[in-house]
Design a protein around this ligand. Sequence first.
Ligand code: GNR
Ligand code: NI
Length: 170
Amino acid sequence: MAIRPILEYPDERLRTKAVPVEHVDAEVQQLVDDMIDTMYDARGIGLAATQVDVHRRVVVMDVSDDNSAPLVLINPRYTPLGDVKEPLSEGCLSIPEYYAEVPRYLKVTLNALDRNGEPYELEAEGLLAHCIQHELDHLEGVLFVDYLSPLKRNRVLKKMQKRHKLAQDA
Ligand code: GNR
Ligand code: NI
């Protein structure tokens, strides 16, 4: 069990585009296991490798109430099912204590490799569909605040700068 530090906005490393995983080997599985521990420790429902400063296409998720359903997404892709988007309040472990509504596709089909490198497909809607789109954005270096107005984004930036200054002074 290893908990890795999570990068926080506006850290420029969060803007790195992740590269595909070529082989799901023991090193990738170790990364997956650490990411699951880190996600549960931080009480998140998802975590992208980008957030732990590893720029490979790996995501973990668990939208269950009791941490009983970890999902592993390696080289994930999604296809929207329909073009309906719905706003839902989102948070991000890289932008602590800030929430805002973001419109996302209501339903998507996800294709990814699991922890053993086996391909799978699933249909997602609701929170899971939202989370998939949020996490895949991370792999592209995109954060949910990028969808907000410049005014709101600037408020978030100020709030984060204050948080980092307080942490530094402590
Ligand atoms: O914990 C998280 N909650 C959340 C809520 C709504 C939509 C997306 C998310 S993902 C987030 C964890 C995180 O930052 N993943 O990158
Ligand atoms: Ni996030």
